[in-house]
Design a protein around this ligand. Structure first.
Ligand SMILES: Cc1ncc(COP(=O)(O)O)c(C=O)c1O
Length: 257
């Protein structure tokens, strides 16, 4: 699929579209964004993404023309047709509305994680901001250590999430995920998985990672992705029964939407 983008309503090939170099979205990573997954041209849980974008923008004191942004998303979706892919909507501090539709990242059926120390920026609570350099670096450092992806843990050893996905784990036969109170992103996929599986939010400490029975990542673009090992230690089951059930329940909800 060719990547197409819209900048303030002008549509063209994504790699040819431009924003001013003076935009603080570029200079300081100041802005907000959303990524929704397209299934045959339709974004899943779009209303939830729009609500989160509005909240992110309000929290960083960024005013923008929501109606114009939504109309530009519709225009780009009409142009690309019934594709499977990713829809990205960015609002920059410089006031640019950017929409990009492109292919999904290629992902293996299961993934290995390496723990990386990370302290969430409190002031960005409940903001999906453009400032992702720390998340991207965490992934890079994890890959240097031989894992596929990072598992972010606080300096006090509380397990949080991955750089672009929520983390779920099975301990004592039950499915859990770290709590939002630990300043992780209020992931939309996490919300759906919690609702569908009856999982509960529960703190997990690093030293309990050896006891996990199963684990998976959850995000808009991944849906549910089984974790096969953490810090070089294989998990007993990949995918385990809880992971397979969560993946299946989410798939059914997406197909029914
Ligand atoms: C830090 C972080 N956590 C979790 C997620 C998953 O969120 P969602 O399910 O809304 O895609 C993302 C998505 O990009 C993320 O960046």
């Amino acid at each position: 699929m060719d990547e197409l983008a819209s900048v303030d309503g002008t549509i063209g090939p994504a790699d040819e579209m431009r924003i001013p170099v003076t935009d603080d979205g570029l200079l300081r990573g100041d802005g907000v964004f959303e990524v929704a997954r397209l299934y045959a041209g339709r974004p899943f849980a779009w209303d939830e993404h729009v609500e989160r974008l509005k909240r992110s923008a309000a929290n960083v004191r960024l005013e923008f023309d929501l109606d114009a942004a939504l109309a530009e998303v519709d225009a780009l979706l009409e142009r690309v047709g019934a594709v499977d892919g990713a829809l990205r909507l960015l609002i920059t501090r410089g006031g640019r509305r950017v929409v990009i539709v492109g292919p999904l990242p290629q992902r293996p059926p299961a993934i290995t994680l390496g723990t990386i120390q990370y302290a969430p920026t409190r002031v960005l609570d409940a903001v999906k901001s453009l400032s992702y350099a720390a998340n991207m670096l965490a992934s890079r450092v994890a890959r240097e250590g031989g894992a596929d992806e990072a598992l972010l843990v606080t300096p006090h050893g509380r397990v949080l999430e991955a750089p672009t996905s929520a983390f779920f784990y099975v301990l004592d036969g039950r499915l859990h995920t770290p709590p939002l109170a630990d300043h992780i992103l209020d992931s939309i996929t996490r919300r759906h998985v919690l609702e569908l599986t009856g999982a509960t939010a529960r703190v997990l400490h690093c030293d309990q990672l050896v006891e996990l029975e199963e684990a998976f990542l959850a995000s808009t673009t991944r849906e549910v992705q089984p974790v096969s090992a953490i810090d070089g230690r294989p998990l007993p089951a990949t995918p385990g029964p809880r992971t397979a059930a969560a993946a299946e329940a989410l798939r059914r909800r997406i197909e029914a939407s």
